[in-house]
Design a protein around this ligand. Structure first.
Ligand code: SF4
Length: 378
């Protein structure tokens, strides 16, 4: 698996059922665009990096703390739910399942044996596709690299890594990209993905920065590190080696933050990642702008649809639209704040607190709904 990286065909899937309101690592408020359903054999977690600041799962669970008999009676405290371990076995139709949307499967407080049970259920149900997203890249790598972990699953599935289990890490900025992506590439997995949501700063997927030497020209996160494959012998007895590529990122999701206190995602951050994915033939999914969007919805006469007066919007003589608190460049009331947050002066644009629904998920005139091509079970 790890050495075969011929270009992945881009694969636009048809719309799928979007029927579950939960979600965490991706700052969800209503539904998950890239999954059919969620499966939560664990709930509860603790914060680990800036992407967790406005954790939706925590807000959601804490609303019910103390409500006797409620599923989230203990709020966001770490809770193993063994009664849910075999839930996907009851789902007869194939589903795309987001694992532990209300927790992090590789959290320190989840025993190895429990994670092994989760993997055993996944191994027993290859009709489903599982998406496991973590911010605990180190534990994921070390646990899944243990021969004993793999051996314990051998009784359930002959395949390793499991072909229908996609492993991903959250990447909110360059610092966490440089830390988590190399760990992901070192982890045995059939499909590796990153979720850059909430995207809080520019991210260059060209590869890690080498101390003292900057970013190397030869990149491999999106293309796979080139190397010589194993020695082979042709039918005349001559030994040869083919070119091979190391593991690469197979899928990239980008999205802005939504909810109270949402931090704006500069459009250029999303565009740069999209362009790098296109250049390398890596499927790209633009999930949402989040609370802050770039375009006011206009009617067919070019008028703003959202009710400018109600929202306190003013339109300057040059046509620039300002909403109290917007980030319009170069003269928006919060321009300085945007620049301090790392927004690029060179790419002036307007951003408005439109709300997740109005802001939508169109980037430069189209939706981006690409998915990786699953490997064959072999
Ligand atoms: S890792 Fe995920 S579930 Fe845990 S606090 Fe962070 S965002 Fe929430």
């Amino acid at each position: 698996m790890d050495t075969d990286h011929s270009p992945t065909p881009l694969h636009d899937l048809p719309p799928h059922p979007r029927n579950h309101p939960e979600g965490c690592h991706v700052s969800l408020t209503t539904k998950i665009e890239w999954s059919d359903t969620t499966w939560n054999p664990v709930t509860g977690c603790t914060k680990v990096s800036p992407g967790c600041d406005h954790c939706y799962a925590e807000t959601f669970a804490e609303r019910w703390r103390g409500v006797e008999g409620h599923h989230f009676e203990t709020g966001f405290d770490m809770t193993l739910r063994p009664e849910r371990l075999r839930e996907p076995e009851n789902w007869k139709k194939p589903r795309r399942i987001f694992v532990n949307s209300m927790s992090d499967l590789f959290h320190d407080d989840i025993p190895d044996s429990f994670i092994a049970e989760v993997f055993a259920t996944m191994a027993r149900t290859p009709r489903h596709t599982y998406q496991v997203l973590t911010k605990r890249h180190g534990r994921m790598r070390s646990l899944l690299s243990q021969p004993s972990f793999r051996d314990n699953l051998a009784a359930v599935s002959p395949h390793w890594p499991l072909p229908h289990v996609w492993l991903g890490v959250s990447v909110e900025d360059q610092k966490w990209a440089d830390i988590r992506i190399p760990a992901l590439l070192d982890t045995p997995a059939a499909i590796r993905f990153i979720s850059a949501e909430p995207l809080l700063g520019p991210v260059d997927l060209a590869g890690p920065i080498v101390p003292g030497r900057g970013r190397p020209k030869l990149t491999y996160w999106l293309d796979g590190r080139p190397h010589w494959g194993p020695e082979q012998t042709d039918d005349r007895g001559r030994v040869f080696q083919k070119h091979a590529r190391g593991p690469r990122i197979d899928w990239v999701i980008v999205g802005g933050e939504s909810g109270p206190g949402a931090r704006p995602m500069h459009p250029q951050w999303a565009r740069t990642i999209r362009d790098q994915c296109r250049q390398s033939g890596v499927p790209f999914l633009f999930k949402q702008w989040g609370t802050w969007g770039v375009d006011w919805p206009l009617d067919n006469k070019g008028r703003i649809v959202a009710g400018p007066r109600r929202l306190g919007i003013t339109v300057a003589d040059d046509g620039t639209v300002y909403q109290p608190g917007d980030l319009s460049y170069p003269n928006g009331p919060r321009y300085g704040e945007a620049v301090r947050a790392g927004h690029d002066r060179a790419h002036l644009t307007g951003m408005y607190r439109l709300g997740k629904k109005t802001a939508g998920r169109v980037l430069d005139g189209r939706t981006w709904d690409q998915y990786p091509q699953p490997p064959h079970n072999a």
